[in-house]
Design a protein around this ligand. Structure first.
Ligand SMILES: C[S@@+](CC[C@H](N)C(=O)[O-])C[C@H]1O[C@@H](n2cnc3c(N)ncnc32)[C@H](O)[C@@H]1O
Length: 415
């Protein structure tokens, strides 16, 4: 018993009982049912896809409501461990060694992955618990649609890029801000990425250029978007309304990487073939692209340091490029394009995320945090208007505004 003057330890924190209100559960369950009914009645693939998204969003919300705060904290705490388990599964070839048509035992997989059954079981069991493999019986696993995608080379590169490369940066992000101040980084030579590697005064793409094996993974990871995202911009924008400019060029894909976006656009709009130009840094184009030289001309080009060399094209497209840079560099890029566009009816096509001014979901907010790695940012509609206005452009239309991967801002030079 404590006597007068003795300090007492505060009682240990006791979370209140976790009892989500029944009315909220019923409302959310009804929302899910309504989304399922919408799916049942959907007539077109687009309607079906939208209904599936609505089911997923409503189910996710129900899961959030029914997960105790303690469990949420635990889930966050274990996020790096989940990531590591998936990364190891990819690294040891687990997804590739599993037959698409029949399950395999851990012993069979161990023989193929140069591992042992116990290790395979530890990794496969964890990955299955995350929904990426199916545990069909004790120590026996089969593919799921997710592990099928993860057997693809570019999907694996996409995860390797995020978990190996970006992961190191993200682990050090708070230290970076503690040292540099908690504000948006504008210094493109001292990004969180180079800070995390103990380097100084090296631009993000300079750093990638100095690490060719990382740049290869990066380029492959970008190509993964052709599986997930390019299809939408290829179909949503009226490409066929564009007529080749005086030099016969319809589209220049600036900073287009290996050309996966152009390839998809040409697949949908064959008339663009022979009238397209792919531009990127010399080292990116040097070891080959995904497009044939008959359909696409490749031009090494530095959009920050040089004026656009292809004049009067119908459209200059930048896909996922502006998000890599702070406003000052974006203004430089835009300025470098004005001489090529002036006097022609050229269009600027920016395929980047358009964050809603309010109520952005995690698929969008986290992409913005992700861009901190290179001192870049994702922009809201208001920010796009402000940036383009400052550079002398006006937005004509925003296609697929709500679609994180397929938004396309169309702009022209102001009169
Ligand atoms: C995020 S990736 C996007 C690639 C591609 N547009 C896509 O949609 O996947 C950014 C691209 O910008 C290129 N890049 C970076 N700095 C550049 C510069 N100064 N001039 C031209 N391209 C550059 C990179 O090599 C890379 O291919």
């Amino acid at each position: 018993m404590g006597s007068i003057g003795e300090t007492q330890d505060p009682p240990p924190f006791q979370p209140p009982p976790f009892e989500p209100p029944l009315a909220v559960l019923k409302t959310q369950a009804a929302t899910i049912q309504a989304a399922v009914a919408e799916y049942e009645l959907a007539k077109t693939p687009d309607d079906k896809a939208r209904a599936v998204i609505n089911i997923a969003v409503a189910s996710q919300m129900l899961s959030t409501i029914t997960t105790s705060p303690g469990a949420v904290v635990q889930r966050f705490a274990f996020q790096p461990v989940s990531n590591a388990a998936v990364r190891v599964a990819i690294g040891m070839g687990l997804f590739n060694q599993l037959s698409p048509s029949k399950p395999a035992t851990t012993k069979e997989l161990a023989a193929k992955c140069n591992s042992d059954a116990e290790f395979v079981q530890r990794i496969a069991r964890a990955v299955a618990s995350l929904g990426m493999l199916q545990e069909v019986s004790e120590e026996t696993y089969a593919h799921t649609p997710i592990s099928m995608i993860l057997s693809d080379d570019t999907a694996q590169a996409s995860l390797a890029q995020m978990l190996d490369n970006v992961g190191v940066t993200m682990m050090n992000l708070n230290s970076y801000y503690r040292e540099h101040g908690y504000k948006s980084p504008a210094d493109v030579k001292n990004t969180p990425t180079v800070y995390a590697r103990g380097l100084k005064d090296v631009g993000y793409f300079e750093w990638l250029t100095q690490s060719p094996e990382l740049y290869t993974v990066f380029n492959k990871a970008m190509a993964f978007h052709s599986l997930t995202g390019v299809n939408g911009i290829a179909t949503a924008y009226p490409w066929d309304k564009l007529q080749p400019g005086p030099d016969g060029v319809t589209v220049v894909d600036v900073g287009g990487g290996k050309g996966h976006a152009l390839k998809e656009i040409i697949r949908h709009h064959p008339s663009i073939s022979g009238h397209a130009v792919l531009e990127d840094l010399e080292n990116v184009l040097a070891d080959g692209t995904l497009v044939s030289s008959e359909s696409v001309k490749t031009v090494p080009y530095d959009f920050l340091g040089q004026e656009q060399p292809v004049k009067g094209a119908a459209a200059y497209m930048f896909r996922h490029c502006f998000c890599d840079w702070p406003d000052e560099e974006c203004l430089k890029i835009l300025d470098n394009h004005i001489p090529a566009m002036q006097g022609f009816e050229s269009r600027l096509l920016l395929s980047d995320l358009v964050l809603p001014d309010e109520g952005a979901d995690a698929s969008k907010t986290l992409r913005d945090i992700n861009m901190m790695q290179c001192s870049g940012k994702e922009r809201s509609e208001k920010q796009w208007h402000a940036l383009l206005d400052k550079a002398g452009f006006r937005i004509v239309h925003i296609y697929c505004k709500d679609d994180a991967y397929n938004s396309l801002v169309e702009a022209v030079l102001k009169d």
